[in-house]
Design a protein around this ligand. Structure first.
Ligand code: SF4
Ligand code: SF4
Length: 315
């Protein structure tokens, strides 16, 4: 059904370039949030092994062009034992590294120097803070998460994040329930004012992200009998301008076990990239350009309203 919308507006069905490798280092996390679409938790056992990290570096080195950014996600990517080594290898290749940090991981027992490590290597931080109210954050992400998140953001500011051009700190907002996010620009202004006034915290940009109808959020929708209503909201809000900028046109997603997907959402719904299913079926990442993207009904989450991607709205 999604493809008929693309055809109607003559929007391409293939990847246009490859700027970003998004790599899921595993499902181990110190949290177990309600909306988590990777179903990560402290019990997660699927962690990327050294052999897979090495294959990724080999494929980067074999390509004629390097990806601009490697976006590390999880779980809590920092909890993978190879995380720091891999960051150094990427920086040595002059690739920007982005860490999707849940903030509370800074207070795990073996991560005391994590913030300093990230700052030293100029790793960009993208952190979830679904609201600046303690009640809402703790409801979605667990008791005590808000207080630790505020403490971690202050620590990043003290290290120069959002104060120094080389240290970027972005925040992510997603709605609590089955509705589209509000305007990213307006919400960013509110977040900036309130986080500064109430907590003395600064950050660079706020990304609003639509909740995708998959995994835990999908189960929630079905339990509340709101799935059909939410899909109708997404479909009715199809925006061709947003669709033209969807992240899969310039990104691929790699799972902890070396499979290739057109995005993280396809990874979580087990829809591998057509014809190029894993790191051993390509000679370099250049092979992923001009390749057919695998679409599904959850793609309406990316094209609705102002659009949605791991980097926020698309229009
Ligand atoms: S912090 Fe992120 S990865 Fe961990 S459980 Fe929450 S949403 Fe999932
Ligand atoms: S869900 Fe993935 S494949 Fe579908 S539009 Fe969004 S980024 Fe592209």
């Amino acid at each position: 059904m999604f493809t008929s919308y693309l055809e109607k507006y003559e929007i391409p069905a293939t990847r246009q370039n490859l700027e970003t490798l998004q790599i899921n280092l595993g499902n181990l996390c110190n949290q177990a949030c309600r909306h988590c679409h990777v179903e990560a938790s402290p019990k997660g056992q699927d962690n990327m092994t050294t052999a897979i990290f090495e294959r990724i570096l080999e494929l980067i080195d074999q390509g004629t062009t390097k990806p601009k950014t490697v976006d590390l996600t999880g779980g809590a990517p920092e909890m993978n034992p190879n995380f720091r080594w891999f960051v150094k290898e990427l920086k040595r290749r002059e690739i920007d590294v982005l860490d999707r940090c849940n903030l509370t991981v800074l207070y795990e027992s073996d991560q005391e120097d994590l913030a300093e490590f990230l700052a030293y290597h100029e790793v960009k931080i993208v952190a979830s803070l679904p609201c600046y109210s303690e009640d809402n954050v703790d409801k979605q992400r667990g008791n005590g998460v808000f207080e630790k998140s505020i403490r971690a953001l202050r620590q990043f500011n003290q290290l120069g994040y959002a104060k120094n051009d080389r240290l970027t700190l972005d925040l992510v907002y997603n709605p609590l329930g089955p509705s589209l996010p509000p305007s990213q620009d307006k919400l960013e202004v509110d977040y900036k004012e309130n986080l500064m006034e109430w907590f003395g915290i600064s950050f660079n940009h706020l990304y609003t992200i639509t909740n995708m109808p998959i995994k835990r959020f999908l189960e929630d929708l079905k339990r509340q009998k709101k799935y059909d209503e939410y899909m109708t909201t997404l479909i009715n809000a199809f925006n061709p301008q947003a669709a033209k900028n969807m992240m899969c046109y310039s990104l691929i997603s790699i799972s902890h076990d070396g499979k290739i997907y057109d995005c993280d959402f396809n990874q979580m719904t087990n829809l591998p990239s057509a014809g190029r299913p894993d790191l051993w079926s390509i000679k370099s990442f250049n092979d992923m350009i001009d390749k057919q993207i695998t679409w599904a009904n959850h793609c309406f989450g990316c094209s609705a309203g102002a659009g949605s991607s791991c980097g926020g709205s698309l229009t």
